[in-house]
Design a protein around this ligand. Structure first.
Ligand code: PMP
Length: 416
């Protein structure tokens, strides 16, 4: 006897998920994790040696033995876990000292720690905006900023990427709105370019909007003391009233902070639900991060070396355009290589995956970034450089890229 087809009401959870997962495969969007052994950028994976060019450990601090020492000392003095939220009994002297150092480093009145950048961003929006308020985003802002806007129930609008004039035109239409927050990444995570903070600030002051900058990829990397995008552009702290930084990238640990005025920090403590209702960042990690701030301050040669590598990579990668691989105009350690034309909008996700796996065969690990993380037609290898790489590593990457591009014949496949 034939079974009658089940209506979707009868489907099991696993049936529903299996068809969603199959669709993800069909669209070349399936994401995979890989288990690593060792400390980047030289990992062991699946029994082989890998040289990675895809982490955000820009200064090579994540594997620094001095941070491991700091972590162990912090664990002995304050415990590995906070044991409670900051507002119960999870706020230790390690947290307080790190917040004070971050305030000093950013030139802000105060700073507040969060367990991750994702949470910091959710926290800011949930505390500052509500229904009827507007969040005006650069089109390429990080996903956590968009999710924060949704959590707050605020209205989400976007201006053209890097275009302060377009931001101003949007603001002009919102003149009667109660609160308007303009939000931009400092360094754009998938493109590596840098926001013009003075131009955004000018539009904000003209239209009575507030400015928030998420400098996850700028802190520790840009500016004479690693003070980030704002420092590198010589902009006064008061011009950016809400500044977010993360600790899991250049600083080599984990967590994030928001820096700003005393009123901003007090408001976050009172109203940011992702701050109030979660266990505090590990105090041992907070203690270790004090050591990484010392290193960021005392070892500018790490940044010098990193930018030498950036230039070497860019000079060596110019010729890849003959194979349809386009370097984006980035001067930061994020050096994306877009596959095929950036203008045609075709589906280049498969080509990006092929290039990533051809590099894998040469022991080089560089993840292909595909839509929806980046706009359709702009799938790319998000190549990131680190002070833990040396010149020979960059040369090996360049050689492998040229070799793979030649073999894959990207020029013929490119839609240009
Ligand atoms: N903001 C930006 C711009 C990011 O790129 C990221 C992470 N990639 C985050 C926030 C989230 O930070 P975290 O990883 O600490 O949650």
């Amino acid at each position: 006897m034939r079974k009658s087809p089940r209506s979707h009401h009868d489907s099991t959870l696993d049936d529903v998920l299996a068809s969603r997962l199959a669709r993800q495969h069909e669209r070349h969007r399936y994401r995979r994790r890989r288990t690593t052994v060792g400390i980047g950028p030289r990992f062991q994976r699946e029994g082989c040696e890998w040289l990675a060019f895809c982490s955000n450990d820009y200064l090579g601090l994540a594997g620094d033995p001095r941070l491991a020492e700091g972590l162990a000392e912090g664990a002995r003095r304050f415990g590995t876990g906070g044991g409670a939220s900051h507002l119960v009994c999870g706020h230790s002297e390690a947290h307080a000292r790190l917040e004070a150092r971050l305030a000093e480093w950013t030139g802000c009145q105060r700073a507040l720690l969060f367990s991750s950048g994702y949470q910091a961003n959710l926290g800011v929006f949930s505390a500052l905006l509500g229904r009827g308020d507007y969040a005006l985003h650069d089109r390429f802002n990080h996903a956590s900023l968009l999710d924060g806007t949704r959590l707050a129930g605020a209205r989400l609008m976007r201006f053209a990427h890097g275009d302060a004039k377009d931001c101003g035109q949007h603001l002009a239409m919102l003149d009667s709105a109660r609160h308007k927050l303009v939000i931009s990444d400092g360094v754009f995570s998938m493109d590596g370019d840098v926001a013009d903070l003075a131009a955004l600030a000018e539009q904000c002051s003209r239209h009575r909007a507030w400015l928030m900058v998420d400098d996850a990829h700028g802190f520790g990397v840009l500016g004479a003391n690693g003070g980030g995008t704002r420092q590198s552009q010589g902009i006064d702290p008061a011009v950016v009233p809400v500044l977010v930084g993360t600790l899991g990238k250049a600083l080599g640990t984990q967590g994030a902070f928001v820096a700003g005025s005393d009123a901003l920090i007090e408001a976050l403590i009172q109203f940011a639900r992702p701050y109030v209702y979660t266990t505090s960042l590990s105090p041992a990690l907070a203690w270790a991060t004090l050591t990484s701030l010392d290193i960021v301050r005392d070892e500018p040669e790490r940044r010098d070396h990193l930018f030498t590598l950036v230039e070497r990579f860019r000079n060596g990668a110019v010729g890849l355009s003959a194979f349809g691989l386009h370097l984006m105009p980035s001067r930061t350690p994020i050096q994306p290589l877009v596959i095929g034309s950036t203008r045609e909008g075709g589906d280049n996700a498969v080509a990006a995956l092929k290039l990533a796996s051809a590099l894998e065969a040469a022991g080089i690990w560089c993840t292909a970034i595909r839509p929806p993380t980046v706009p359709a037609g702009t799938a790319r290898l998000r190549i990131t450089l680190s002070a833990a790489h040396d010149v020979a590593d960059v040369d090996r990457l360049l050689e492998a890229l040229h070799d793979c591009a030649r073999r894959l014949g990207s020029a013929q496949e490119s839609p240009t």
